[in-house]
Design a binder for this molecule. Structure first.
Ligand SMILES: [Zn+2]
Length: 172
């Protein structure tokens, strides 16, 4: 892991504006990754969903109550230098994902400890769209009615509030 790259990332915290809102923080990270994309292999970006997360519109996707506070964020994300570039990408990807993924309130049936989150999927062959539930920790995916995912590989992005309304999962 190139430590210089990590300390360059940590400069995000030198600008207090970046921590004024979850929206600002999301954009600051995304802009940093875009600028430094050449340091991350394509497969590393994809494995950690950064290819998807860099393209989302934060005005649509930022959730109301992410699981971490901006006041504590420097000590949370910056606790140590990541062990590898993949580890670094994972830390960034998980942080961005936490900011844009809506939690379901149900725990993952496979690993138990993480909470399932809503994802929006598009089958690239049939173009069929679905909202499903996924565990970010172990990758478990299930249908909204609880059946184990059986659609094979699909393009998946976080589901927005609008998606959940469209599929009748939430009202208002
Ligand atoms: Zn799990």
């Amino acid at each position: 892991m190139n430590e210089k790259l990590w300390y360059n990332f940590m400069e995000i915290f030198d600008n207090k504006d970046n921590l004024k809102s979850y929206y600002n923080y999301y954009l600051a990270i995304v802009n940093w990754v875009r600028k430094n994309k050449k340091f991350f292999k394509k497969e590393v970006l994809e494995r950690n969903r950064l290819d998807v997360l860099l393209e989302l519109d934060p005005t649509v996707y930022i959730v109301d109550n992410p699981d971490f506070s901006l006041e504590m964020e420097l000590s949370r994300i910056g606790q140590d230098v990541p062990a590898s570039i993949n580890n670094f990408a994972m830390r960034i990807g998980d942080t961005l994902f936490e900011l844009v993924s809506i939690k379901s309130g149900s725990n993952c049936p496979k690993c138990i400890y993480d909470e399932l989150r809503y994802i929006f999927t598009v089958n690239e062959i049939t173009s069929e769209e679905k909202v499903a539930l996924e565990c970010n920790s172990c990758g478990w995916t299930e249908y909204i009615d609880g059946g184990k995912w059986n659609d094979g590989t699909v393009k998946a992005i976080p589901a927005s509030k609008k998606d959940l309304m469209r599929f009748g999962i939430i009202k208002e």
